[in-house]
Design a protein around this ligand. Structure first.
Ligand code: MD6
Ligand code: FE
Length: 238
């Protein structure tokens, strides 16, 4: 199937009952079951290609010396704590793969799906979809108890939304507030195929992944175990 055909598919049968966009915070929308199983499997195949290099999956080392439990491969720009670089200077010095055009188109569809006028209420968010042009994607791989602490995504020079896609094991996604890394927060289960868009007043909210539920990946998602998370961003860099 062509890339365009793949992502033009209608969601004939929602993967989750009552699937539809749900507002979790202002500008933060969860769309359960957004990717079809066919789309998930196709993306899992692309993930296999991305991890073959030139830059391999790696667990980033934080400034304090701790290594993250999540491993990451980047497209478009390389991310390292806490900046974007053209080459993976903290891994092997190689340039990262380009961000594919299909992912830009998918990002636009994601914003359109999340920021419907009924859900987002704010028409300025709905208007973002057409021009949305992510130039970096962080592709995270969770295995064997991997988790991600509460953080803000603030290494971008743009306030454009972040689009997040999940494939594989279900996780607990903790969506917090913009002021502190503690309560108040809302926990959301992200399942295989779910979309989460993070923009508007929530763009710089703290968030994290306290737990991935091993062995919960559905049979048809293309992964037997583990979790893939793709976040698309506009870096605002040139
Ligand atoms: C994850 N996601 O889902 C980690 N960041 O594994 C993120 O850190 C994230 O899902 C910004 C916006 C959406 C996200
Ligand atoms: Fe994040």
């Amino acid at each position: 199937m062509s890339e365009d055909g793949l992502f033009e598919l209608e969601l004939v049968q929602p993967a989750v009952d009552d699937a539809g966009p749900r507002l979790v915070g202002p500008g933060a929308v969860h769309v359960p079951g957004w990717l079809t199983p066919v789309q998930q499997r196709w993306i899992v195949e692309r993930f296999g290609e991305w991890t073959r290099g030139p830059v391999p999956l790696r667990a980033a080392t934080l400034p304090g010396g701790h290594q993250m439990s999540v491993r990451t491969v980047c497209l478009g720009w390389h991310w390292q704590p806490y900046k974007y670089t053209r080459t993976a200077s903290d891994v092997n010095g190689q340039p990262v793969l380009d961000l594919p055009d299909w992912m830009v188109r998918l990002g636009r569809k994601a914003l359109a799906a999340a920021y419907t006028t009924e859900v987002a209420a704010d028409p300025s968010l709905a208007a973002l979809a057409g021009d949305y042009t992510p130039d970096a994607a962080l592709v995270n791989w969770y295995q064997d108890g991997a988790a991600m602490g509460m953080h803000q995504d603030k290494d971008e020079a743009s306030h454009a939304p972040v689009v997040s896609l999940s494939i594989g094991d279900t996780c607990r996604f903790r969506f917090g507030n913009t002021q502190t890394r503690t309560k108040p927060y809302t926990d959301v289960l992200l399942r295989s195929g779910d979309l989460f868009v993070f923009g508007g007043p929530s763009r710089f909210a703290f968030h994290g992944i306290p737990k991935v539920f091993a062995g919960t990946a559905p049979q048809d998602c293309g992964l037997e175990h583990g979790r893939i998370n793709i976040t698309m961003r506009v870096t605002g860099l040139s």
